[in-house]
Design a protein around this ligand. Structure first.
Ligand code: KIV
Length: 271
């Protein structure tokens, strides 16, 4: 037992638990993690979900982009994370070019789930064919719209997406199609707060924002950004939670509470 939990035995949250949280208006907290130590700490604090993001290519491996990350890297880190958690729901990213076809997506998602222990896989973009195929095989899927780091060479930089009317309408339509195809969760990255609010209202599945305003159903941050560690400049939409904290556990708890009480992100972290 710790200061955050009751004596009840902890078991991992399920997609049904996450859907119920949206229904009752409870915000969902999520952080990325890549190893057992941080996984255990995030889990102990009570953060609802851990994303083993391919951001590990940048914050762990030191690359400029997420593109060099392999499925082998993802399986390794997902296994480290899943072994150490009791309650948090585990999502793992399908890395660049591992879902070029639905069959490839299913083979790689199976590795993340069978070898890594992920409960859900995340893929970027409006890949309706892959989402439908994965869901048909019994694999829970999280979509990811807005800024797509795996398409950085097409986008030409890390910029806010969906600012123009046409782009906003397309993002809403893509989000609805992903839900229809069976996605159980959606991440919106670097999206105007008003658009993210609209998408969150229109969808029945939980929408998790990163740089997408306070009105999403939950929030995710890259752990190393919010702890202010690493070599990469912290993005504007993140916050240094270590600045007022005595230690890492306190910083993570401050983030978790701020998400639960809709105090993060503030206006200065939104677009
Ligand atoms: O890889 C990652 O950490 C992510 C988040 C930025 C949502 O996809």
């Amino acid at each position: 037992m710790n200061q955050y939990s009751s004596t009840a035995a902890l078991k991992p949250l399920s997609i049904t638990d996450l859907a119920a949280m949206k229904q009752r208006g409870e915000k969902i907290s999520c952080l990325t993690a890549y190893d057992a130590g941080f996984s255990a700490l995030i889990d102990k604090v009570g953060v609802d979900m851990i994303l083993v993001g391919d951001s590990l290519g940048m914050v762990i491996q030191g690359h400029d982009t997420t593109l060099p990350v392999t499925i082998r890297d993802m399986v390794y880190h997902t296994r480290c994370v899943s072994k150490a958690r009791q309650r948090a729901f585990i999502i793992a990213d399908l890395p660049f070019m591992t879902y070029a076809t639905p069959v490839m997506a299913a083979k790689n998602a199976a590795k993340l789930m069978q070898l890594g222990g992920a409960q859900m896989v995340k893929l970027e973009g409006s890949r309706i064919d892959c989402v439908r195929f994965l869901v048909d095989q019994g694999i829970p899927v999280c979509g990811h719209l807005g800024l797509l780091p795996q398409s950085i060479n097409q986008l030409g930089g890390y910029k806010v997406q969906g600012k123009e009317q046409a782009a906003a309408e397309k993002m809403l339509a893509d989000a609805q199609q992903l839900q229809q195809a069976g996605a159980s969760l959606l991440v919106l990255e670097c999206v105007p707060a008003s658009l993210a609010k609209e998408i969150s209202l229109q969808l029945t599945i939980p929408v998790i924002g990163i740089g997408a305003g306070v009105d999403c159903d939950g929030q995710v941050l890259v752990l190393y950004d919010m702890l202010n560690i690493g070599t990469i400049k912290r993005p504007r939409f993140s916050r240094n939670f270590m600045s007022d904290a005595a230690n890492i556990e306190e910083a993570i708890n401050t983030y978790h509470q701020a998400v639960k009480q809709s105090r993060f992100p503030a206006v200065e972290h939104s677009f």
